[in-house]
Design a protein around this ligand. Structure first.
Ligand SMILES: O=C(O)[C@H](O)COP(=O)(O)O
Length: 205
């Protein structure tokens, strides 16, 4: 059965500085590059041969994928699509997360960051993000799994939360508690006949 592997990019400069990032194109830190290499080594040790890779248009995800592919040691066709970009954080982009909490309160910030429906000012809710990630996931990514291809996806904390909550059919409370760690591979097997994902593994060292 084909395998789907989802990976969030390694640490970016603004992750390190604790700033809301969204669509701002900030680079990886050296630590982020190291994390990406480790993710590649874990995948290499599993001996999975990936047939295709998907990523966003943002350089922190693209570079993470490039490092993983280099570590795997073979070429994979790469498709970059805006649908996999991070959730747009609107007016929060660039602001320090702790300072925003001091101004608006922790509860409000938790709703902006982790709820399904609450929209950050001038930004996307997770539900808005799903409106672009899920049609792409269904058409392109699941389309490849249906063709028995092993698929690697490198994207972002919230674009991946939107996909994982869809795959696992999570309710709003479960979505509030769903976290995706940087550069930790999340694997699912895909049952082509029953069109279902199963056997989730989180490969944290
Ligand atoms: O855009 C960002 O700031 C990060 O990629 C994810 O941030 P979050 O954990 O605050 O949603």
């Amino acid at each position: 059965m084909p395998i789907l592997c989802l990976i969030r990019h390694g640490e970016s400069l603004w992750n390190k500085e604790n700033r809301f990032t969204g669509w701002v194109d900030v680079p990886l830190t050296d630590e982020g590059r190291e994390q990406a290499k480790k993710a590649g080594e874990i995948l290499k040790s599993l001996d999975i041969k990936f047939d295709i890779a998907y990523t966003s248009l943002l350089s922190r995800a693209i570079e993470t994928l490039e490092i993983i592919i280099r570590t795997l040691g073979y070429n994979i066709p790469v498709i970059k699509d805006i649908s996999l970009n991070e959730r747009h954080y609107g007016d929060l982009q660039g602001l320090n997360k702790d300072k925003v909490s001091e101004i608006y309160g922790k509860e409000q910030v938790k709703l902006w960051r982790r709820s399904l429906k609450v929209r950050p000012p001038n930004g996307e809710s997770l539900e808005d993000t799903q409106k672009r990630t899920i049609p792409f996931f269904e058409r392109a990514i699941k389309g490849d799994l249906e063709l028995n291809k092993n698929v690697l996806v490198v994207a972002h904390g919230n674009s991946l939360r939107s996909i994982v909550s869809y795959i696992e059919n999570l309710n709003e409370e479960q979505i509030l508690n769903l976290e995706i760690e940087p550069a930790v591979p999340i694997l699912y097997d895909y049952d082509i006949y029953n069109k279902k994902f199963y056997n989730k593994r989180i490969l944290k060292i």
